[in-house]
Design a binder for this molecule. Sequence first.
Ligand code: DAH
Length: 331
Amino acid sequence: MLDALLSLEQSALAELAAVTGGDALEKWRIAYIGANGQLKSAMAGLKDVPKDLKPAVGKRLNEVKAALEAKFEERKAALAASGPSGPITDITEPGVDLGLGRRHVLSRTIDEITDVFARMGFSVAQGPELEDEWHNFNALNIPAGHPARDPRDNFYLRGAWAERLLLRTQTSTVQIRAMESQKPPLKVVATGRVYRPDAHDATHFSMFHQIEGLFIDRNVSMVDLKTTLLQFAKAYFGADAEVRLRPSFFPFTEPSAEFDMKMRIRGELQWVELGGCGMVDPNVLNAVGIDPEEWTGFAFGLGIERIAMRKYGIADIRWLFENDARFLRQF
Ligand code: DAH
């Protein structure tokens, strides 16, 4: 019995020394000195010890118990001192001023222009940045072999998917997603990032943002498109904003136009191109199962950086993505 007590004490102390955390410590306590622990069963065994040995074994039991309990408290205190609470913090000391953060000027522009369109009755739609060719091309009347699909003008992903994937080059993808998931009439805008392998300069970046608009209803005309864009321009840039539509071409609209706005730049009134627009091509409506005999619509896609640069007088698109707090704090 005395031998058994000795080995109990030794293994308990060895295990205790190896304990490194609160959970392990509690496990150790339960195993050795808890109400159903090994020490308790050893004590229960005292009744079977021959009478003449009882005093010696009893004394030893008490010694082991006292030793294990004392070591346990010691270990507990040591773990607490090195634990996460660490050194005492003086909570009365004045804090460090971290400065107030603010939203990025682009996020602000996105919110502001989304708000303008929301007031005109557009709801907000979304789509993924990683797209399939159907949404970025086919459904938008850009068939296989079209030059817009050239690998040099797109970020295709390598991989073994059933369909080739790419980073979307235009938010027009969301037109398709909106028409696939909702029945006309529908009136949505979508904002988000688009990607093109362009060389960076003052007006080009390989990632930028667009706002896409889509209105599908009965008897929608070019007049509705022009009125919508004029209202947007006046609401966002001021009552003296003038707009014009210049004939252009996009595969997904017929007719198509470039949307220009007259703005004062360094004192001089100039026409500035903000994006493309047009009447949704019947092929696009057919691709999403909307009858072009019954429904018509317009669409537009504007560059958000361009809008922000005009609104806030920013001369270089690259400044928007350098994350220089001295620049960003101005807005
Ligand atoms: N997706 C075109 C681009 O990125 C812009 C555009 C043109 C969007 C005409 C439209 C549209 O919705 O109708 O160059």
